[in-house]
Structure formats: C-alpha cells, structure tokens
Ligand binder design. Structure first.
Ligand SMILES: [Zn+2]
Length: 120
C-alpha cells in the first residue's frame, strides 16, 4: 500500500516539525499523539505529496528544504529555509548550512514511520 506523507508543524509547545508517513490523515494524527511527551491534539498538518516516495527511505535534506520546510542545522542550530537569503547552500544532491557549512541531514527523529527504516 502506498503511504502518504504529511508534515506537521508547531506540535506541543516546541517549534518542531514532524514528517509522518501514514495511510491517511486520521492515522497520521494517531501516530503524532503517540510521540513521547506530546499532550496536544491540535496539530497543524499539511499533506506533502512530494515526499511520498521517501516512505521507505531517508529523506534528503535538500528535498525537504526545497519543498519549503525548514531544517535545523545540527552544528550551529540556526534554522535553514529556502528563502532566497542563502541560509542553505546546495551542492549536487546535498545541502549545507549557509551559516556554518555543516552538511544538513534529515534526522529520523523527526520522521514517524509505521515501519522504521533499517539501520544501514
Ligand atoms: Zn550551521
């Protein structure tokens, strides 16, 4: 079955983002409520069809930023957006922080999958 990608922002009191792969919106909400420490049921969820194909594989940071969602640099903790202010630098298929040059990767910590990816 083809799963669908949803992006959820402003969950709980943290400015955090989750990417949820689920069969439908209802299931995505259920998965979000299971996130540890989450007490709210008021989610801001958007469907993001461009990410559907990453249901069973890691999401490249560049793809995530290019679809308009921000990432957080693991090195300097700056928010990285596609906003024309070069907060992210693209080289080939990779993306780098525009502040410190660190390579940006999408942490599986923010990705909710029904079946977790196998560690490579
Ligand atoms: Zn950085």
């Amino acid at each position: 079955m083809k799963c669908k990608a949803y992006v959820c922002s402003d969950i709980c009191c943290y400015k955090r983002m989750y990417i949820v792969f689920a069969d439908n919106l209802k299931e995505a909400k259920i998965m979000l409520t299971r996130v540890k420490g989450c007490e709210t049921v008021d989610f801001d969820i958007s469907r993001e069809a461009q990410l559907d194909k990453y249901c069973n594989k890691p999401i490249p940071a560049q793809i995530l930023i290019r679809t308009g969602w921000f990432g957080i640099c693991p090195e300097c903790c700056n928010n990285v957006y596609i906003d024309g202010k070069s907060t992210a630098i693209y080289k080939g298929s990779k993306a780098y922080c525009g502040y410190c040059g660190e390579e940006l990767v999408v942490s599986e910590d923010i990705v909710l999958r029904k079946t977790p990816l196998k560690k490579l």
